[in-house]
Ligand binder design. Structure first.
Ligand code: SME
Length: 165
């Protein structure tokens, strides 16, 4: 077991630099992406406040047959498969762009896995030019994720992408 703590008073950029270092340390020397995803989801929940779900969906299938399938996560049991282009996760995967949703009820097609979720951040994980997975974070707070949070998680994902995809 590992205990990680992030100083909430640090400016966001510094906080996410520290979180990235923690994720790099935690995944160092381990080549199994599923194991690394599991530990990174646990690390995020341990260090980032006001989340009710944190985890990964992985791309399965090819071309038009692509979809997302549930990967390691912390939170309530969730929908297992998400069609490419559906929901916040499938939209982020299909576009290859981070999606920061301040009010999930206002996002057409949002897939409600936990009724408590009010805002969401989805960051695509790119390997060899294709979206291999997404990081999905849900919060019970509206507008929980700032632009700085999105940039911080993008930097974290970029730093560890080789180890989780
Ligand atoms: N809300 C997501 C589905 C996954 S759950 O939040 C864990 C979506 O709309 O894609």
């Amino acid at each position: 077991m590992y205990d990680f703590e992030l100083d909430a008073s640090l400016p966001a950029a510094e906080r996410y630099r520290e979180l990235t270092q923690m994720a790099l340390a935690l995944t160092e020397g381990e080549s199994d992406p599923i194991a690394n995803m599991a530990n990174v989801a646990a690390l995020i929940v341990q260090t980032v406040p006001h989340l009710n779900w944190a985890g990964f969906y992985r791309t399965t299938g090819e071309g038009d047959g692509r979809e997302l399938v549930l990967g390691p996560f912390i939170g309530k049991p969730a929908c297992i498969r998400i069609a490419w282009g559906a929901g916040v996760c499938g939209t982020a995967a299909a576009s290859g762009r981070t999606h920061r949703v301040e009010d999930v009820h206002a996002f057409a097609g949002h897939i409600a896995c936990d009724a408590a979720s009010r805002s969401e951040l989805v960051v695509p994980i790119v390997k060899d030019g294709v979206v291999a997975a997404v990081l999905d974070l849900d919060s019970p707070e509206p507008a929980r994720f700032s632009i700085e949070d999105a940039a911080g998680f993008e930097a974290l994902i970029e730093a560890i992408s080789e180890r989780i995809a």
